[in-house]
Ligand binder design. Structure first.
Ligand code: HEC
Ligand code: HEC
Length: 114
């Protein structure tokens, strides 16, 4: 009987070990436009293009959150920028956040008065 209990508890341990979560690759939880491999470059383009910090769009400690309205606007902007670039026949990237924003949150509609 004691042996049987030992055998069962060993099986239990083996099952638990199998269920243990695998060391996960860093997974993004809320991407709707960008591919995971493009995140680093895209976020650099957004910060330098608008002259802002990550915290302009992201709730600190939770990059997946959509609580900041600027992030929701930025997602639309990422999509728009992709669509503009897709219209160029050579398949290369021609337009970035900086092309319009020039290091500012709000792009100018007209040339500043001289
Ligand atoms: C102008 C706004 C903006 C700025 C600035 C910005 N991000 Fe983002 N970030 C976004 C948007 C929009 C997404 C979601 C893209 C999508 O839906 O495909 C995102 C997604 C992410 C994600 C994936 C989160 C998840 O789990 O889905 C990470 C990580 C991230 N950003 C990190 C950063 C870091 C680090 C910085 C600063 C270097 C930064 N971001 C600056 C707008 C911004
Ligand atoms: C074709 C020009 C153009 C491009 C390219 C562009 N934007 Fe914009 N963006 C604008 C305009 C114009 C506005 C102001 C919209 C308004 O007046 O409501 C704006 C507004 C924004 C805002 C809101 C700013 C605020 O006042 O809070 C964010 C955030 C933003 N853009 C992010 C981005 C990001 C990130 C990129 C690159 C992926 C990008 N934009 C590329 C034209 C552009």
């Amino acid at each position: 009987m004691r042996l049987l209990i030992l055998v069962f508890s060993l099986c239990g341990i083996a099952l638990l070990a199998q269920d243990a979560p695998k060391p996960a690759a860093p997974a993004f939880k809320n991407l709707k436009v960008l591919k995971p491999a493009d995140i680093r470059a895209a976020m650099g383009m957004a910060t330098s293009g608008l002259g802002v910090q990550c915290s302009e769009c992201h709730v600190q400690g939770d990059n997946g959150s959509d609580d900041k309205p600027s992030k929701v606007t930025a997602r639309m902007m990422f999509q728009m920028t992709q669509e503009i670039n897709a219209k160029f026949p050579d398949g290369k990237m021609h337009v970035s956040c900086y092309s319009c924003h020039r290091g500012q949150k709000e792009p100018l509609m007209a040339a500043p008065k001289a």
